[in-house]
Design a protein. Structure first.
Length: 284
């Protein structure tokens, strides 16, 4: 059964409308003007954003600008060969969550999910409604439906493993989903993909929260420096959004590149993580 809390959807939709307004008016839009255009008082707007993002609306507004990705690339670029040496530990909130993962064997992947039992359900997330799928071994799918719609998101994920048996059972997934969205405890991932895809997704796991890298950097880190286009395709096919952070991969120019679940969601993810990282730094 599809259920969505009004509070979660409200927070994301406020942020989504802010992106559109900032894009239209530019970064010079004042807090009072932005709040007024969204039909909110400045105080209420500030309270909502501070609760959701961990920083003031004025600061968060800077993270939503189109130049934010370029600034991340300049100031928070992650060199993946170094990240591989230090492992997954880091100061970012997402890496306070211990992610344990297991990859499906190539033979199992070639069978397109035949004999695999996959459970699924809809859950609230910081980025509006999320579709989550998992096996007995761990979460294997996480999709955001804010831009695509629920029907399209569900059909997209079902088509990835066409011979699997799918059962709607959110309670089976809930403990792992709760740990993932609360960013506490342990979340196991079951990575279902071709061997090349698995290598790319493993590289993505080494990008700390609040940092980014480039497609070419990922290609070099897996020993395929000329396979940038193939890496981009594999990044786009990542079935476990956010936890396998494909949103942290950018073009070398600083352009966002694509995002399977919609560029507004990618920008929201990057802004949210930057804001959270700053909030934690200020609190330290």
């Amino acid at each position: 059964m599809l259920q969505q809390s009004q509070e979660t959807g409200y927070h994301y939709n406020v942020m989504r409308r802010a992106i559109d307004l900032i894009d239209a008016a530019g970064p010079g839009l004042s807090l009072n003007e932005l709040a007024a255009q969204m039909g909110m008082s400045p105080a209420h707007f500030q309270r909502i954003f501070s609760q959701w993002a961990g920083v003031s609306p004025k600061r968060y507004q800077q993270y939503l600008t189109l130049d934010h990705a370029k600034a991340l690339l300049r100031d928070n670029m992650t060199t993946l060969d170094v990240s591989h040496q230090i492992g997954l530990s880091g100061n970012g909130r997402l890496h306070d969550l211990f992610i344990r993962w297991e990859a499906m064997s190539p033979g199992e992947y070639a069978r397109a999910g035949d004999g695999l039992d996959i459970f699924w359900g809809w859950f609230d997330s910081p980025f509006d409604l999320a579709l989550v799928m998992g096996t007995s071994k761990g979460l294997c799918g996480l999709a955001f439906a804010a831009e695509t719609g629920t029907d399209a998101a569900l059909q997209d994920m079902l088509s990835r493993w066409p011979k699997a048996t799918f059962t709607e059972d959110p309670m089976m997934l809930k403990p792992r989903v709760d740990a993932a969205f609360a960013q506490k405890g342990e979340t196991a991932l079951h990575m279902i993909g071709a061997p090349f895809q698995i290598k790319v997704w493993e590289a993505l796991l080494h990008i700390p929260s609040g940092h980014v890298t480039t497609y070419s950097e990922i290609a070099g880190s897996i020993g395929k420096p000329k396979a940038v286009r193939a890496v981009g395709t594999a990044v786009g096919r990542n079935p476990v959004s956010w936890l396998i952070p494909c949103h942290r991969a950018l073009r070398k120019s600083g352009a966002l590149g694509g995002y399977h679940w919609g560029l507004p969601v990618k920008r929201a993810l990057l802004a949210y993580e930057s804001a959270r990282a700053e909030g934690e730094s200020d609190a330290a």
